[in-house]
Design a protein around this ligand. Structure first.
Ligand code: ADP
Length: 164
């Protein structure tokens, strides 16, 4: 059984993430999407909300499950019998950081990192940018699933109301 993990913060999940998870699911027997639930980070969506959105987004992939994780990703891998970490690479800017991370993780355990190149239509897509554009009224409906778009619109409206 070859099991891999797709880690991230997924705040919120985008079509770019789903593309990587779907492609990972064709390469491995099982894929666990691991949602970082580190409390110190400032997120738009709670850990539970991010996990629920991913479960819905991945419901069509039979060999994909979703879980939260805290602490070291390599510990999560050891606990779940995971052989490989799958990361999407968008641009050279991703590569610097991801290479450093992959080498650090390899120095901690024998877990392997597999880089999957982004599909060209998603190469500019990041959760942070989606939130920023949506905050200023830009149309991000083609970049995230419909139910995520609705949740994002609602949460941003709540935030605006809080600040008013
Ligand atoms: P972000 O806030 O950058 O979208 P996450 O921490 O949630 O990021 O990302 C988790 C993983 O998904 C990372 O490996 C990241 O490189 C990858 N990823 C995010 N967006 C894309 C995309 N558009 N195409 C390919 N990989 C992506």
């Amino acid at each position: 059984m070859r099991r891999a993990v797709c880690p991230g913060s997924f705040d919120p999940v985008t079509n770019g993430h789903i593309d990587i998870v779907q492609r990972a699911s064709t390469l491995f027997d099982e894929v666990v999407v691991a949602v970082g639930v580190n409390k110190s980070k400032n997120r738009l969506f709670s850990a539970e909300e991010r996990i629920d959105m991913l479960r819905e987004a991945c419901s069509g992939f039979p060999n994909v499950s979703v879980d939260g994780f805290t602490g070291l990703l390599t510990d999560f891998c050891a606990q779940h019998g995971i052989l490989a970490i799958v990361k999407g690479l968008r641009a050279v800017s991703d590569f610097d950081y991801e290479l450093q991370m992959a080498q650090m993780n390899a120095s901690l355990t024998d877990v392997e990192t597999v880089f999957v190149p982004t599909s060209p239509e998603y190469s500019f897509l990041a959760s942070s940018l989606v939130k920023e554009v949506a905050t200023f009224g830009g149309d991000v409906s083609a970049l995230v699933p419909d139910f995520v778009h609705r949740a994002l619109t609602q949460r941003l409206a709540e935030r605006m109301a809080e600040q008013a």
